[in-house]
Design a protein around this ligand. Sequence first.
Ligand SMILES: [Zn+2]
Length: 109
Amino acid sequence: MGVEEDLRARVAATDERIARHRATVEGIVASVRSENVDDEHDPEGATLAWERQQAAALLADAEADRRAALDALDRWAAGTYGVCEVCGREIPAERLAVRPSTTRCVEHA
Ligand SMILES: [Zn+2]
């Protein structure tokens, strides 16, 4: 698979993750509302608040990954993909294979 296809596949994959985590967050928010639980004093409310935090953190991760993949696509289009933003040297292909959205070489990671 080429770099651009790989990055597009990553954007699509993060779209799915974002949709899944967003649904989880919304589901928890809805159940908190319908059960009218007290986040701080009700044990069930505390569990739901914790679960909502976890899902929100996963959602934020997925959104950050999506942005990184889109930025990488921009760099690909601009011809600057795979170049370390600190030293300007080419990032080794083995590193890009593992972290396609990286903007830095190992030395400057
Ligand atoms: Zn570097």
